[in-house]
Design a protein around this ligand. Structure first.
Ligand SMILES: [Zn+2]
Ligand SMILES: [Zn+2]
Length: 308
């Protein structure tokens, strides 16, 4: 599991930072890629990476501001040209369905793969045997959401020495023992899986927020996330500006990370008013509150480790 930032600027693209998009790569976990927001130019950014649009399985849109969605029709359309055949589901606030359908229809775009659009509200968004995704409501002057992706706990590894001690020689039977709670051997003995596997592997929790004013009450849903991606549009001294424009400062984001006891904080959606040394200052400012902070830049990659 890895985060790949494609656009880390705010509002309009600059030479240094494109508008919002990031990817959660889960090639090992499920062979697919999830995209979060799709600002204009996202597909061009992807061209500079080894991300394959064919692998995109889900796209989560935090809110309908242009810097988060103007790249969506283009990406969906190109994916079709590039041989994408597997279904894609796009999640996002009310209005997203109209936006996508009208854009594709008016431009005469026909996709060669099934496209589903699900308009979300606060709460549960998606679940399968591996992951749960929930949406939390943010404060941004229009519907804006954060997505909390929680990986489910995985079974521990089979312990061959324990099986050998029970007199079960290696073979296809091992796979069967791992797949069910109990297995009857040919000699009639019952092997209970719980006796022969190691401790379960804890799932990871990643929270990716859209644009928002500082919301200390997010402490609870974000609690102990391994990684929090939070906007840091403004420096700490510009709290008033941030409030007026429905955005956050890097210090507000760091305080929330601290309160929620997350593992790591990654700041994105950085205003173009901060360049060069000023970016370093933003990072230092946030680190003085929450040391494990990184200010993301375009093409920044970040592996999400399993906490012990
Ligand atoms: Zn934005
Ligand atoms: Zn916005």
């Amino acid at each position: 599991m890895e985060l790949f930032f494609l656009g880390t600027g705010s509002g309009v693209p600059s030479k240094e930072r494109n508008v919002s998009s990031l990817v959660l790569r889960m090639l090992e976990e499920r062979g697919t890629t999830w995209v979060f927001d799709c600002g204009e130019g996202t597909q061009q950014q992807i061209l500079n990476t080894n991300i394959r649009p064919r692998r995109i399985e889900k796209i989560f849109i935090t809110h309908l501001h242009g810097d988060h969605i103007y790249g969506l029709p283009g990406l969906l359309s190109s994916r079709s040209f590039q041989g994408g055949e597997t279904p894609v589901t796009v999640y996002g606030p009310r209005g997203l369905k109209d936006y996508i359908e009208i854009s594709l229809q008016l431009s005469g775009t026909h996709l060669r793969y099934p496209l589903y659009v699900e308009e979300v509200e606060e709460g549960f968004v998606f679940e399968d045997d591996q992951f749960i995704v929930e949406a939390v409501k943010l404060e941004h002057g229009l519907d804006s959401y954060g997505y909390i992706v929680t990986e489910k706990e995985k079974l521990g590894e089979l312990q061959p020495d324990k099986l050998r001690a029970l007199g079960v020689p290696p073979g296809p039977i091992y796979q069967q023992i791992k797949s069910v709670e109990q297995t009857r051997l040919q000699d009639g003995r019952i092997i209970h899986r719980k006796d022969v596997i190691g401790p379960p592997k804890k799932g990871r929790k990643v929270a990716i927020l859209g644009d928002t004013r500082s919301l200390p009450e997010l402490k609870e849903p974000l609690y102990k996330a391994d990684v929090l991606v939070h906007e840091g549009t403004f420096a700490g001294e510009d709290a008033e500006l941030a409030y007026d424009y429905y955005h956050s400062t890097v210090t507000e984001a760091a305080s929330l990370a601290n309160e929620a006891e997350v593992g790591e904080l990654i700041l994105n959606h950085i205003s173009s008013r901060y360049q060069g040394k000023a970016i370093q200052q933003l990072e230092e400012e946030a680190r003085s509150i929450f040391p494990n902070t990184t200010v993301a830049y375009d093409f920044y990659q970040h592996a999400i480790k399993r906490s012990e």
